[in-house]
Design a protein around this ligand. Structure first.
Ligand SMILES: Cc1cc2nc3c(=O)[nH]c(=O)nc-3n(C[C@H](O)[C@H](O)[C@H](O)COP(=O)(O)O)c2cc1C
Length: 383
């Protein structure tokens, strides 16, 4: 049987298969609130058969938003629309999951469709004025980028607390898995980087301190029976971030603090965006071996992600023990039914048993009718 379609259990979570929809920002929130777009967009993946569906990066602080359209969990009013989404995902058979994030010095960007550069006063005319970002040090992402505020030690501690508070709200919204966004050159990644973090207090002398404190703050609020994921940028080697051995050290310490899964991403480097002219492939193909080594060195479960397009390739990563879960992002935007189609392609489900029950009978009849039509067409063409 295809491993991709074997159930997956971790702590008290049970997913029907190992296909994960990774967090994908829609830049469509209103005042940090999720909307009906988010509900429809995410529920569609659950209907398409995914095992776990992640809500996009959800800001732990208003100033940590990437764009004005980011959603957040920095206040209690933001819980209700997300609870509705968690319920819908559960109803349609997927594990409801959410990523928490803070973009640090990369905050305050234009939405993709407005250019995705730093917000300027010109954007204020659209109601999207720039705001002051925060970073580990007062160092901009790159030339032309605004300089972030450098918080004092007490303010960094408050930042850590905001992660715990958001985790509490994610729990109250009913999510069953949570991911900390520690990648893509965002706040946690910035604290880890010698380029972005030049502090002289304990958050600079020990650059892993912030990440470890966040893990503790989140785990305090995140129940023991629910798994905790952590996203890293595995392409760091080329980007002035963590070397492989440092990554192993970090992940072992995170595991001691209750992290269960490392989500091996790439792209979006420490410096400007995109990664200072460096071409870092975001295909898992180029990182799968590294992900497998991380898995072995840390004992963490691994989620692989990056241009997974065909089901056989996804299955191959699992068979090679390079990953335990496979995330499918853009391919699922292209085809939200990717999981149920992949199941057929891998021979695991030929009878529509895992499709929504509302569709099943009609799809069985459609298949029979299509077969009959094909036979008629063949008879006509050979007549
Ligand atoms: C529209 C879009 C939005 C994204 N937003 C996020 C996000 O909120 N958090 C994150 O960690 N990655 C984000 N990503 C990256 C994806 O989670 C994923 O890692 C990446 O797209 C590579 O996987 P794929 O090749 O299967 O799409 C986003 C990607 C896309 C296409």
């Amino acid at each position: 049987m295809a491993q991709l379609f074997t159930p997956y259990t971790l702590r008290g979570m049970r997913a029907r298969n190992r296909v994960v929809i990774p967090p994908m920002q829609q830049s469509t929130g209103v005042d940090g609130m999720a909307t009906d777009w988010h509900l429809a967009h995410l529920a569609r993946f659950a209907m398409g058969g995914a095992g776990i569906v992640f809500v996009e990066s959800t800001a732990v602080e208003a100033r940590g938003r990437n764009t004005h359209g980011d959603i957040g969990l920095w206040n209690d009013d933001q819980i209700a629309p997300l609870a509705r989404i968690a319920d819908a995902l559960r109803r349609d058979g997927a594990v409801p999951a959410i990523q928490l994030g803070h973009t640090g010095r990369k905050a305050g960007m234009q939405k993709w469709w407005h250019g995705h550069g730093p917000l300027t006063e010109a954007d204020a005319a659209r109601g999207e004025a720039p705001w002051k970002a925060v970073g580990p040090s007062a160092l901009p992402v790159g030339p032309g980028w605004p300089t972030p505020n450098e918080p004092d030690t007490g303010q960094v501690e408050a930042l850590v607390r905001s992660w715990g508070d958001a985790a509490r709200r994610a729990r109250e919204a009913g999510f069953e898995a949570l991911e900390v966004h520690g990648a893509h050159g965002y706040l946690i990644h910035q604290f880890l980087s010698p380029i972005a973090n030049q502090r002289t207090d304990r958050f600079g002398l020990h650059r892993m301190r912030f990440a470890l404190d966040v893990a503790e703050a989140v785990r305090r609020e995140w129940p023991d029976d629910k798994p905790l994921f952590w996203r890293v940028s595995l392409a760091d080697v080329a980007d002035g971030g963590l070397e492989f051995e440092e990554m192993v050290d970090l992940l072992r310490s995170l595991k001691d603090r209750g992290v269960d899964v490392v989500d091996c991403s790439s792209g979006g480097g420490i410096s400007s965006y995109p990664t200072q002219g460096k071409s870092v492939s975001n295909s898992l193909t180029f990182r799968a071996e590294l992900a497998g080594r991380l898995r072995e060195a840390t004992g963490l479960q691994v989620m692989g992600v990056g241009l997974v397009i065909d089901p056989q390739t996804a299955e191959g990563y699992l068979q090679a023990r390079e990953a335990d879960l496979i995330a499918v992002g853009r391919e699922a935007l292209y085809n939200p039914n990717w999981p149920v189609h992949a199941e057929v392609a891998l021979g695991a489900n030929q009878d529509y048993a895992t499709w929504p029950q509302q569709y099943r009978m009609y799809l069985v009849r459609r298949a029979a009718a299509a077969d009959a039509l094909r036979n008629t067409d063949m008879t006509r063409s050979t007549a």
